[in-house]
Write a protein that binds this ligand. Structure first.
Ligand SMILES: [Zn+2]
Length: 143
């Protein structure tokens, strides 16, 4: 696992392991986004956890996480690269009831989310979390 601190984006490389490295990813994200207010940060952490867990559950070997930070408006885009071209499944699946539920949460908490194919056959699942959404309290220092 390596952490590069490019100004934009912040990239966390993952080695493929049996269990998702959720603790490391959460710690890395919380450090990188330490100036966000708690609610905004917690939403980013929940979503990055879900995107990673979902990729592992579907055997699509996530290998990288990126964070892109926008300040006006205050937005964070989380991107998870994996090796599978399969689209993530939202909602119930015939394989297991629990599959896909995390993405319902991602859909509710994020401003926008989606899937972009990668040239090597994998994909990036991304979600943008903005605190200027209806019903949110904007982070201090951002307006
Ligand atoms: Zn914010």
């Amino acid at each position: 696992m390596s952490v590069e601190n490019d100004p934009e984006p912040l990239v966390l490389g993952l080695t493929t392991e049996q269990m998702p490295p959720l603790v490391q990813v959460r710690r890395w994200t919380a450090t990188a986004l330490a100036d966000l207010d708690d609610d905004h940060l917690e939403a980013v952490l929940l979503i990055s956890t879900e995107l990673l867990t979902n990729a592992y559950e579907h055997g699509s070997s996530p290998y990288g996480v990126r964070l892109r930070r926008g300040r006006v408006p205050c937005r964070v885009r989380v991107e998870v690269d994996d090796t599978s071209p399969d689209q993530p499944v939202v909602g119930r699946s015939r394989l297991a009831d629990t599959r896909g539920r995390g993405l319902i949460m991602v859909d509710k908490l994020s401003w926008k989310w989606g899937v972009s194919p990668l040239p090597d056959g994998g994909k990036t699942v991304w979600a943008t979390i903005s605190c200027d959404q209806e019903g949110w309290i904007p982070c201090a220092g951002n307006g």
